[in-house]
Design a binder for this molecule. Structure first.
Ligand code: PAF
Length: 282
């Protein structure tokens, strides 16, 4: 596996594969890879001949006071994991390579409606940062397919809409969330948790499954279910950010006739913000 740091090297390598008629798959990440990321690489391998994984901790998607500086950077370990997973190219650019004029002077991609609410409300500018860097990575790599985790449900919805609206000729594939044995969704941010916090962390998924069971058995009392879940999380020691039951397509508040609902949740445990979601068909 080759690791490339510049767009020029990346383009040269990709055009070699393209000339051989290879189908290219892209897995954008911020590194600190865990089994969830490796599952994305495996999904990309099923859909393409050549898998390109990018590792870039994107400053544009972090707000003031967020964990940009603390975000774990583990390139050596990530390289070994990608090599073992059969990844072909690792693209790990510097911030200067991606934003030569600085993130503040960057043309931005704004995806209306699906970016609003939920994480979009709690993290102003976050999805503009994500949509912008993903558009740039799409243009740098020009893959046939790109794979994103369903754990970041709103992010996936933003990227799907951005791709549709801008006629991006790339197939977007969502990959299911990988969980620890106790239900906690795998995330690089789990590494921030103390041992005591880690033992409480599965409560997020537990609350989602409680709501999921009620929805599946026909409950339409969305507000009561959301309030109960928030109270459960607060009792466990979380500071809930939101628990929202939404229409899975629009991410707007659920209506009684909706066939597919997603419960979106975000909550702080100490200073760590955990997110998760669960989709229910009715
Ligand atoms: O999900 C992530 O790791 C990031 O938001 C992404 C898609 C790589 C963009 O920086």
């Amino acid at each position: 596996m080759r690791t490339l740091h510049t767009i020029q090297e990346l383009r040269a390598a990709i055009s070699g594969f393209r000339n051989q008629g290879k189908r290219i798959g892209l897995v954008p990440t911020m590194g600190n890879l865990h089994e969830g990321h490796i599952a994305l690489v495996e999904k990309a391998r099923e859909a393409a001949d050549i898998v390109v994984t990018s590792i870039f901790v994107n400053p544009m998607q972090f707000g003031a006071g967020e964990d940009l500086d603390a975000y774990p950077r583990t390139l050596k370990e990530d390289q070994s994991k990608l090599q073992a997973a059969g990844n072909d190219l690792l693209f790990a650019p510097t911030a200067l390579e991606v934003y030569p004029n600085g993130p503040g002077r960057q043309t931005q991609v704004l995806v209306p409606v699906v970016s609003e609410g939920h994480c979009g409300a709690s993290r102003p500018g976050h999805f503009e940062g994500v949509a912008t860097v993903v558009t740039m990575l799409f243009n740098m790599v020009q893959p046939d397919v790109a794979v994103f985790g369903e754990k970041d449900f709103q992010q996936l919805a933003v990227i799907r809409k951005m791709s549709r609206d801008l006629f991006v000729p790339i197939e977007i594939i969502g990959a299911p969330t990988i969980r620890e044995a106790d239900g906690l969704a795998k995330s690089s941010r789990n590494g921030y948790l103390s041992a005591a916090e880690r033992s409480l962390a599965p409560a997020v998924y537990r609350s989602l499954t409680h709501i999921g069971a009620a929805l599946a058995s026909g409950s339409d009392d969305f507000k009561a279910l959301e309030d109960t879940a928030r109270a459960e999380l607060a009792d466990t020691g979380f500071r809930p950010d939101y628990v929202n039951i939404v229409n899975s397509e629009t991410l707007k508040p659920a209506a009684p006739g909706d066939r597919q609902l997603t419960i979106l949740a975000a909550a702080f445990l100490g200073t760590t913000r955990l997110i998760d979601n669960l989709t229910v068909n009715r």
